[in-house]
Design a protein around this ligand. Structure first.
Ligand SMILES: [Zn+2]
Length: 499
């Protein structure tokens, strides 16, 4: 049991007003107003009131937020949701190994139902963690059938999503030229309500011939924003951004993912054209796109949003994103100071900033100013972080710090999307986890048999580098066997040395 109010509390009924009572309310409005004891009233799909001791309509259902934090639903601006079917498989990968596995070797094996399975699980994972809007950077769409399957997975789950259409098995100038792809995009654009948006997702190589031009022209003609992996070490460079800029394709709705290895000139081009950067700190730290760039981009005034990139390595919750982003930014600030013999006494990046990036930052990146804050008239995407059974739930002294460094997905008590309760008392509501489990296990079984056991195991267990000897240490001379005579593998894993 996670809460004294118990799992048998009735789930608030749809169609009736709902009020969160007596919580700490992070409005995330422009003034960053925080109510220490406040209420949030939801009527239909909108925030109807925010304040203390609100008068509410007859029949309003009440959720006791005492001891908890009420805040806007979080927004992830970059996630390859189809890859969630391979959760954790690439935990020890570098970016190179990821590229080889997905782009070169096995990405094309994924059938439409495999994309569906990954999306279904990923969408559930997002909602459960209080991420109410997710951009599905869907670059496994080899056919329109794959795209239909991706959308089927997203629309089955009551969250907000943006399908960013991509295909790593062809050049962007090729797949965007296909009439069936353009028809699909047009159809999706015209039928999209405010719970399902559409973008184009492709990368720019920096080839001086700028072969991506026709893809940008399709995006422009269809009126769709473009999102692109930019500033990725060894993959996308300043040249790609310069070509985009010189050809007029850097726009305010463009989202640049990672933007980790770029020059001042590129950051100025992004800032000057009003685009934003999606920072996937956990990804940049492990995979090698470059140092997580917030310490740089914030100096240029570039808007930031947060993302988790892919569950083939990391889990899809923005608590991890906030925590690692604060850590990486501060770590870099200290390091830069130490190199100069200085000491940082006041940190620039605050917990409040990363909570802002996880909410308002995402709304801004998606040009959804009706999301990302708790203000009257905005869409009712609301979460309650509260876990009375957890010793980490009190004292609640610094609410931004609590969200960024103390809370985790299990503490997400209630999630409301578009006025509808989708998680309540720590449990998803009205969604079928068993169905996702079956779909994903069929995908895993299929891929395992396609690859065969040796390739499957090799893919998950990349070789250790050969230069992993532990340095000789004069302070261990009394050891019967000095560190230098043991292999690192033996030291770390206790495996016998080869000598
Ligand atoms: Zn990515």
């Amino acid at each position: 049991m996670t809460s004294p109010e118990a799992a048998d509390s009735p789930v608030p009924a749809a169609g009736r007003p709902l009020v969160f009572r007596r919580g700490t309310v992070l409005t995330m409005d422009d003034a960053r107003q925080v109510l220490t004891v406040g209420d949030v009233l939801v009527v239909d799909d909108r925030i109807a009131a925010v304040g203390a001791d609100l008068a509410v309509p007859d029949g309003t259902q009440e959720i006791d937020a005492t001891g908890g934090i009420v805040m806007p639903g979080m927004i992830d601006t970059h996630r390859h949701m189809w890859q969630t079917a391979m959760r954790g498989y690439g935990a020890d990968w570098t970016l190179t190994q990821y590229f080889v596995w997905y782009y070169l070797e096995h990405g094309r094996r994924f059938r439409p139902q495999d994309v569906y399975a990954g999306n279904l699980l990923s969408a559930l994972e997002a909602l459960e963690a209080g991420v109410t809007t997710t951009v599905d950077w869907s670059h496994g769409l080899q056919t329109v059938e794959h795209a239909e399957a991706a959308v089927a997975g997203l629309t089955e789950i009551p969250g907000r999503f943006v399908l960013a259409y991509g295909n790593i098995q062809a050049g962007p100038w090729e797949w965007t030229a296909l009439p069936e792809v353009q028809n699909f995009l047009r159809r999706l654009r015209d039928s999209a309500d405010d719970k399902l948006g559409v973008q184009l997702a492709f990368d720019v190589t920096g080839d001086p011939a700028f072969p991506e031009r026709p893809a940008f022209e399709v995006a422009r003609e269809l009126g769709l924003p473009v999102t692109t992996h930019a500033g990725v070490w060894g993959a996308t460079t300043d040249d790609g951004l310069r070509l985009m800029h010189e050809n007029g394709f850097m726009t305010p709705e463009t989202v640049y993912v990672h933007a980790a290895t770029l020059s001042t000139d590129s950051y100025l081009r992004i800032a000057g054209t009003g685009g934003s950067v999606s920072v996937s700190t956990e990804s940049e730290q492990s995979a090698g796109q470059g140092y997580p760039p917030t310490w740089q981009v914030r100096r240029y005034g570039i808007p930031v949003s947060l993302s988790m990139d892919t569950s083939v390595w990391w889990s899809g919750d923005l608590f991890s994103a906030m925590r690692t982003t604060l850590g990486a930014d501060r770590s870099r600030e200290h390091l830069e100071a130490h190199v100069k013999g200085d000491t940082v006494t006041n940190s620039h990046l605050r917990a409040e900033h990363v909570v802002g990036w996880a909410t308002r930052g995402g709304a801004h990146a998606l040009q959804r100013e009706d999301l990302g804050s708790l203000e009257v008239g905005k869409k009712a995407d609301v979460i309650l972080i509260k876990n009375d059974a957890s010793p980490v739930s009190f004292p609640l002294l610094n609410p931004y710090g609590h969200v960024a460094f103390q809370a985790q997905r299990g503490d997400v008590h209630t999630v409301v999307v578009d006025g509808r309760v989708v998680k309540f008392v720590h449990r998803l509501v009205g969604t079928d986890l068993a169905k996702a489990r079956t779909a994903v296990s069929e995908t895993v079984e299929f891929l395992q048999s396609e690859l065969g056991e040796p390739a499957w195991a090799a893919g998950m267990n990349p070789d250790l580098p050969q230069d992993d000897e532990v340095l000789d240490n004069p302070y261990t001379y009394t050891d019967y066997k000095s560190a230098a005579t043991r292999s690192a593998r033996e030291t770390i894993f206790g495996e016998p040395a080869e000598h």
